[in-house]
Structures are given as C-alpha cells and as structure tokens.
Design a protein around this ligand. Structure first.
Ligand SMILES: [Zn+2]
Length: 400
C-alpha cells in the first residue's frame, strides 16, 4: 500500500452527512443505491455523474463506508466501529485519503503526477484479499484519455473484493469505453421544494418568507452545496431582511411601487431611478423589474394576489397588460446591449407608462374598462390617489 502525500489538511464540512437519509434530493438514485447495498448487488464499477455540489462525493463516501463497515444497519455503515472511524478520517481529507480499506483520490489533484497514476495502477494487483476495498476516483474526467485508458485496463480485472467508484462533473470527457462498462448514476440539482427542505435544515436564525426561499433557490440554482454555503453564511451572520435582500439580489416591491407612483412627477421619478442604480447592480435591477412586471401581470390578468395586494395594484393605475408586454420587450432588448444605460430604459418606460392618450383613445379605453376586467380598479376598490393627470409635470412626457 502506498502512502500518498497529504495535499490538503481536511476540509470544511458544512453539513454532516452520515447516512443516506441525510441527503435531500435525487431520491430515486439514492434509493436504488441503497437497495443495491442492502441486497449486496451493487456493481463493482460505478460512475456518479452530475453538477458540482449535488452530492456525488458524499454518496461515494457513504457507499464506501457501507461496504466496509463491520456492523452495517440495513445496508448503512454504523459509523462507530474501528473501520468506520478510520474511514471517516481518510474520507474527511480533500485531495487524497487512505485507510486500510478505502482509498480516495481526486484526479484533478494528481492528474499531472505521472508516478501517482502509476501507483494507483499498481495497487490494483496487490488488493486481492478477503477484505472489501473501495477505490474512489473523484473528478475522473481530469485524467488524460491515455491515463483513463490505463485505469480502464485495470478495471477489466477488478478483484472480487474491490469496488471502484468514479465521480465526474463532465461526463463527456470520460472515455466512452469506461462509460459503457460502468453503471452510471446521474445527480441533478434540487427542486424548489427540496431546496426549501435543505434551507430549513441549515437555517438556525433567519425568519424566512416564501419569497426568500424562492430567491435562495434562484441564487443557488438549486445546487445543494451552494444552498448550504449561502444559508449558513446568512444564518451565522444573523442577516437582517435588508442585508439578505441585498445579497440575494432582491429589490423590495415597495421600491418599484414608489417608482411607478412617481412616474408622473419627472424629478421624483428620476431621483428614484438614481437611488436604485446606486443601490443595486444593473443585472439585479433588470431581473427584478422584469419579475415585478410579471407579478403585476399575474395580478391584473390572472387575479393572483400572492405577491402584490389589490391595494398595491391600484397604485399602478397607468399599467395595462399591453404596456407591460412592451416594457418586457424593452428590458429584453436592453439586456442584449453590452453597455447597458438604465437611465434611457427608465425614460422609455416612463414614456410608455404615462404617455397621455388622445381623447379618442381615452374614450375607447373607458368603454373597454366597462366590459373587460383589465384593471382591478373596477372591483370596488377606492380610486387610486394618483391619476394619470394627477402629477404636476405630466406634460414632460410629450404627446408621443
Ligand atoms: Zn461501522
């Protein structure tokens, strides 16, 4: 047995995963693996494939623990026997870890070390014994094709007592001979519901609203590792709602409501725009404005008031579905421009939303309003404070 040098001194473990039930998401994959362990039918050569941070390494380690433990409990490692303790120590290391029955190598770390690859190869011969031995090769695609070929040759004659587990974030870079020889398990990002479960497990201090869960999900792309890092950070920092919004790239709806209600007042409106631009990044502003307009559409067109109340919608008295669609188009157009000028976008939006209609248009829209429920104002709500002509400098927007 060779003793590889320690490249990393342990790693930060954000969330202790000691059994399969600790893993959230990818439930059918996990359940299949667990059944394979319980019935001792797991193939000796498997590949765990998927995005960074979706739990492949944790699962590889749980498999290694379960296959070697002396007192397994329904297919899972006990976590306390001598072998489990030694394995935990070895697997807790980041680049390389070795115990008497588990060897974990991160190929991204050793890919350029020729003698290391030779050593890995040579160990296949000496492993034959009664004791179960697990080899975990992480980030297997980091190996050159020729080196993958060398490992493949060894796996053609894996001894009965040896299991080889590969993990990769880039399946297309794993040679196809290997892909066809091992059983591949795919790891996906979490769903919104799974993400919320994980958030609740990690969160100790934060009081979260439904929209916060959605923002965390968007920010982390549903990647478990990212969720854990983000929520741990926010939770430990005991972040305020405002700080959390800032980090998550959320602009509170009140900011947009104020912006829209000030549209008829040019200087107030541009002050709002300037304040927003100094507080948030261009991307955040564009994304959040889009999100806001979509929510307004839900409210006006679909009578869905989960994000905005009827009262809040009544502030947006100049907003129609047609104008929202035009605004969304403007936002999409500006997103494609390399150097975004948000001032111009907001001037255009102002022109779009409070451009005075001709007398004929006003008549048409008034008669439409009687027949079509295109604006919640007709539903017994109090008339909004600001009318289209309520501002003191409405004429600045011109006549189109
Ligand atoms: Zn054990």
């Amino acid at each position: 047995m060779y003793t590889p040098p320690l490249l990393y001194k342990g790693r930060e473990i954000f969330l202790q995963i000691t059994k399969f039930s600790d893993i959230i998401g990818n439930s059918s994959t996990i359940s299949l693996i667990k059944k394979g362990l319980e019935k001792k039918t797991l193939p000796h050569f498997i590949l765990l494939e998927g995005l960074y941070g979706t739990g492949k390494s944790s699962v590889a380690e749980l498999i290694a623990m379960a296959l070697t433990c002396q007192n397994t409990i329904s297919g899972e490692a006990c976590g306390h026997c001598d072998i489990c303790l030694a394995n935990k120590k070895a697997l807790g290391k980041s680049g390389l870890g070795v115990s008497s029955c588990v060897e974990k190598v991160n190929m991204a770390v050793v890919a350029k070390e020729r003698n290391m690859i030779e050593q890995i190869r040579s160990t296949f011969y000496v492993l034959h014994s009664d004791q179960i031995y697990i080899k975990i090769f992480e980030e297997f695609h980091s190996l050159l094709e020729a080196d993958q070929q060398l490992i493949l040759e060894e796996t053609a004659r894996i001894p009965e007592n040896v299991y080889v587990i590969l993990t990769t974030t880039n399946l297309s870079k794993v040679i196809k001979e290997i892909r066809s020889r091992c059983l591949t398990f795919n790891f996906k990002r979490l769903t919104l519901g799974e993400s919320a479960m994980l958030v609740d497990r990690v969160n100790k201090k934060l009081r979260l609203k439904k929209s916060d869960y959605e923002s965390i999900y968007r920010k982390t792309n549903g990647i478990p590792r990212n969720i854990i890092i983000l929520v741990e950070f926010l939770s430990k920092a005991e972040a305020s709602q405002e700080e959390m919004n800032d980090l998550l790239g959320i602009i509170d709806k009140s900011v947009f409501l104020e912006l829209f209600s000030n549209m008829n007042h040019f200087s107030l409106y541009m002050e709002d725009v300037a304040r927003m631009e100094s507080s948030y990044s261009d991307t955040t502003i564009l994304n959040q404005l889009k999100e806001f307009l979509v929510q307004v559409t839900f409210a006006i067109e679909g009578d869905i008031y989960t994000f905005l109340s009827k009262k809040e919608i009544s502030i947006l008295n100049t907003v129609t579905i047609k104008k929202i669609y035009d605004a969304l188009k403007l936002i999409e157009q500006i997103k494609e421009i390399e150097k975004v000028d948000l001032d111009i976008l907001f001037l255009k939006l102002r022109r779009l939303f409070c451009n005075p209609m001709t007398v004929q248009e006003q008549k048409t829209s008034a008669s439409l309003a009687k027949n079509i429920k295109f604006n919640v104002r007709q539903e017994g709500e109090k008339p909004p404070k600001l009318t289209r002509f309520g501002g003191d400098d409405v004429n600045e927007s011109g006549n189109g």
